[in-house]
Design a protein around this ligand. Structure first.
Ligand code: BG6
Length: 546
């Protein structure tokens, strides 16, 4: 599907796709509806329906008892149902090791939807969805589970008319991804056919380094065709990340200046105030670099820096992304020492509350050398970007939650202002705010009123919520919708994943060999270690202030 259509359809969904698949009309007192009504009135959104198809689907969730299922998948499916994006021929089969009946599962999910939904609940839609929920208990390693699964699939497929379209979602621990797919393969449950589809969604993390990612790709590809594999990165489900492409390529005025002649440098910041929460076991193995860079930050970088694809088709977009990732200058050990920083938080104050040091978090080793912060400078070896630094940073327990891309342009020449009090010109800065306070702003110099020539910095600002209303979403809606529709544009292809790991692997190796010397402490609630500031000051630049 065309990405621009996708975006338009999301905005017009309440008007053009009123929930035909749900028996009851949506309650007009639902604030989500009135918001959509506001959206409908906006002239920007008066676009034709994009002729969306909603293929019948049997949605199988491995890991049905997990957090992802209750916090994201089920609420996202509810939102899709509420906005009329699910087919009538639809059912969900949850699979997990915990013994439970379908009735129990429905009760739990009913409670979770109520608690975790991103929008007010319409009971008729909730009931519609719950009636389509089924549960199968079984150990993922046990071949009998897959015999039971085969029986359940046949029965549900007939009951709901899902026409043999099975979507398997791996919401399990990563150790099970390969195993489950192989077992599905043995039972012949992932054989595609021209009359129906069998697709598999693989959650993150996809491997923990290049070698393990290649091994997992190899296992998946021994059973599945690449076109059946949907490697998810939830950052690509964010409207504001998708909008980077539309912003760049739907506007004639930005593309001509989107290169080394006009751009001084780019900053990508993904800052979190949260610590590792209850994920110490995973996080103390992974760290900030593995957890965020090869996936989320490089996805953003890809959209910011890639060449325009010929179309928004999955392969065209993913080809360009692969070209871009391949063009990132590889780091040798000296580069790693000079261009990367690893940090770990110690005790500090976040949002007015004292927080523990990383090493005292639950399930974290008391002598852990794992980084909770990383910053780096990357260069892209291409005609467009030669010599333009891309500064990336991400960390936990920072001062503020903010994900932003900052494009700093080169300054205008000062000579014109020689005989004025103006002694410097501030460069134009384009800020793409991914979250929160989603929007885009462009700063420029303006004359401060008065007899003397003085230049002040002002902003042109676009806020998503002001134009399009607050979209009540989990961030998974578009991605789930796209897998059902067979659109892989927003999913990672095997080469994209491996290229991401190739960027970070050399860094991991050097940090490992440095041991304690690699890690710089920072107090929780600050902006990371001083060494990360030095990364920019040595280039005569500084991080954007928040
Ligand atoms: C996940 C990471 O992929 O992304 C988490 O594992 C991180 O550690 C999260 O907190 C950030 O996602 P978001 O959407 O909150 O920015």
């Amino acid at each position: 599907m065309d990405l621009s259509n996708k975006i338009l359809s999301a905005k017009t969904q309440k008007t053009s796709d009123s929930p035909a698949s749900i028996q009851e009309p949506i309650d007009s007192t639902d604030p989500g509806v009135s918001q959509a009504a506001h959206v409908q009135e906006h002239p920007v959104l008066q676009q034709p329906n994009n002729g969306e198809t909603r293929p019948p689907t049997l949605f199988v969730i491995f890991g049905a008892q997990g957090d992802l299922t209750k916090r994201k998948l089920i609420p996202a499916l509810y939102n899709l149902a509420a906005s009329g994006h699910l087919p009538q021929e639809f059912a969900i089969l949850g699979v997990d090791g915990v013994f439970m009946t379908t009735e129990d599962f429905r009760l739990n999910m009913s409670r979770d939807i109520q608690e975790l939904s991103t929008r007010p609940i319409d009971s008729s839609i909730k009931d519609w969805l719950l009636a389509r929920l089924h549960y199968l208990s079984g150990d993922f390693r046990d071949p009998h589970t897959y015999e039971d699964l085969q029986t359940a699939l046949t029965q549900l497929n007939t009951q709901y008319g899902t026409q043999g379209n099975y979507l398997y979602y791996m919401a399990t621990a990563p150790t099970f991804f390969g195993e489950i797919v192989q077992q599905l393969g043995v039972k012949g449950l992932v054989i595609n056919d021209k009359d129906y589809s069998r697709r598999v969604v693989i959650e993150k993390p996809f491997g923990h380094d290049l070698e393990s990612a290649q091994a997992l790709n190899h296992t998946l590809r021994s059973v599945l065709d690449e076109s059946q594999i949907y490697r998810i990165d939830h950052y690509l489900g964010k409207e504001t990340v998708q909008n980077i492409l539309v912003f760049r390529f739907a506007n004639g005025i930005f593309e001509p200046v989107w290169n080394r002649q006009y751009i001084d440098h780019v900053q990508i910041t993904v800052a979190e105030t949260l610590g590792v929460e209850h994920r110490g076991i995973y996080y103390d193995q992974a760290g900030a670099l593995r957890d965020m860079v090869p996936n989320h930050l490089l996805q953003i970088l890809g959209f910011v820096a890639m060449e325009p694809p010929n179309t928004f088709d999955a392969e065209a977009v993913r080809d360009e992304k692969a070209k871009l990732l391949r063009a990132i200058q590889p780091m040798n050990p000296i580069d790693v020492l000079q261009s990367t920083v690893a940090g770990q938080y110690v005790a500090g104050n976040v949002h007015g509350g004292q927080v523990l040091p990383y090493r005292s978090e639950e399930n974290v080793a008391p002598t852990s050398l794992r980084e909770t912060y990383t910053a780096m400078t990357l260069f892209i070896e291409s005609w467009r970007w030669e010599g333009v630094p891309f500064y990336l940073r991400t960390g936990k327990r920072l001062n503020k939650r903010v994900t932003e891309v900052v494009i700093q342009f080169k300054s205008a020449p000062l000579m014109l202002f020689r005989k004025t009090p103006v002694d410097h010109l501030t460069p134009n800065v384009l800020v793409i705010r991914i979250q929160p306070d989603e929007g885009i702003s462009l700063s420029f110099g303006a004359k401060i009123p008065g007899p003397q020539v003085q230049v002040g910095n002002v902003d042109m600002d676009f806020q998503y919520s002001k134009y399009f209303g607050d979209a009540p979403s989990t961030g998974y809606e578009t991605l789930l919708h796209d897998v059902m529709a067979g659109d892989a544009t927003l999913f990672q292809r095997s080469d994209n994943v491996e290229l991401g790991w190739s960027v970070v692997d050399p860094i991991l190796k050097v940090w490992d060999s440095l041991g304690t010397h690699a890690i710089h402490n920072y107090a929780a609630g600050t902006w990371g270690p001083a060494e990360a500031d030095a990364l920019l000051t040595k280039d005569g630049r500084k991080w954007r202030n928040y």
